[in-house]
Design a protein around this ligand. Structure first.
Ligand code: V47
Length: 364
């Protein structure tokens, strides 16, 4: 394998990986420019094994998208809409509790809650939602509200981000999902989502959360108009933040789905691009414990193959997802744990059921 990687001109990067030396942005660029996927996979696999052995994680989770009403109306999003739009919805706390009750007979350990940036729902609504879920299912971990939503709650309620987070934690918030990061580049944000919280703002919320003891994830939306340098810049900001706080658990590259968005002319990402983003992120983000291949966006087959390209996590059972599916993602709404276990086993990995914070619950 060493000879093979050397022949692809990546011998020096291979040496750095073996020595556990940090890769530079220039190294990252060379990795993205390399079209030998197997060489990239072999390199990324070294880091995956070092960090996670042969474990590949999944969890039993349920997604709840409580409202799609959003003031940002990002060009890449088919989910968010104005209050007046025919497709707008807003669940009451009772509706959310009903969704939780629907799955009470299943061993769900995590509820993942995300919505749009609503113009006027009061902070009390979100606090009641967390408390309400805990009433129905006290043991469940609540990974809820992206950094962008949390900044919006702070703005609408007039509280600081720190105070907002403290109130959410009191109400049952357990950790923060990685959405809303998109690509931090101001150029991209100006073109795609100018109303959205800036990259700096997103990082500030994540840092505040980490200071309060919360763990969080980070995403990157790729496959639209971003350049390779913008992807690397995004990951570099995350890597520096992680050096400072250590609060990130996993990085999740999200493949852009263009249908029903204002960018519907953009073709779907290819398998090569998907696997490259998994492999390069595994190599570049040396201080992130986990790289997640989110099957909802990658499709179960590519997500399974991603386990040989640096990923060690497939996310979970999900149950019902609307963000990708409104952009016509063609994966199903839920995967049974048996399917996840089979996908992981056939990839040659050990299926490990985890909780949100990556504590091992069961090894299969
Ligand atoms: O913030 C929106 C992205 C994110 C589209 O933390 C789109 O474990 C593709 O962040 N095509 C929400 N992506 C999903 C998310 C997530 C998913 C799974 C696990 C975790 C985690 C986080 O989806 C949004 C946005 O970045 N998104 N529209 C689209 N058309």
């Amino acid at each position: 394998m060493e000879k093979y990687i050397k022949q692809r001109g990546l011998g020096d990067i291979h040496q750095k990986v073996l020595n556990e030396e940090r890769l530079s942005v220039e190294d990252g660029r060379r990795l993205y420019e390399c079209n030998d996927l197997l060489a990239l996979g072999a390199l990324a696999d070294i880091v995956r094994v070092r960090k996670n052995g042969d474990n590949a994680y999944f969890n039993y989770n349920q997604h709840i998208n409580y409202s799609n009403i959003c003031i940002n109306l990002c060009k890449f999003c088919a989910f968010g809409c104005k209050k007046e739009a025919g497709i707008a919805w807003e669940m009451s706390v009772d509706d959310v509790k009903k969704k939780i009750r629907e799955h009470l007979d299943e061993p769900i350990t995590e509820v993942h809650i995300v919505g749009g940036c609503h113009p006027d729902l009061p902070l009390e609504y979100y606090l009641d939602m967390l408390r309400g879920i805990k009433e129905v299912r006290p043991d469940v971990h609540l990974i809820a509200f992206t950094c962008v939503e949390i900044a919006n709650f702070a703005k609408v309620s007039g509280n600081s981000v720190q105070k907002t987070l403290e109130l959410l934690i009191d109400a049952g918030l357990g950790s923060i999902p990685g959405g809303g990061a998109e690509v931090f580049s101001p150029r991209i944000r100006q073109i795609l989502c100018e109303k959205k919280l800036s990259g700096d703002g997103w990082i500030e919320v994540a840092k505040t959360a980490h200071r309060l003891g919360l763990k969080s994830n980070a995403t990157m939306l790729y496959g639209h108009i971003e350049t390779i340098d913008e992807r690397l810049e995004h990951m570099d900001v995350l890597r520096r933040t992680q050096d400072e706080t250590g609060g990130f658990m996993s990085f999740i590259p999200l493949a852009f789905h263009s249908r029903n968005t204002q960018m519907s002319e953009i073709a779907a990402t290819t398998g090569v691009t998907d696997l490259k983003n998994i492999a390069v992120s595994r190599l570049f983000l040396d201080n992130f414990p986990h790289i997640k291949a989110y099957w909802v966006m990658l499709g179960a087959k590519v997500a399974q193959i991603a386990l040989s390209f640096g990923a060690d996590d497939m996310d979970g059972t999900v149950k019902e997802e609307t963000i990708t599916h409104m952009a016509d993602g063609d994966t199903c709404q839920a995967l049974g744990h048996k399917t996840l276990i089979r996908l992981i086993r056939e990839a040659g990995r050990i299926p490990v059921e985890r909780d949100t914070l990556y504590n091992v619950l069961k090894t299969f």
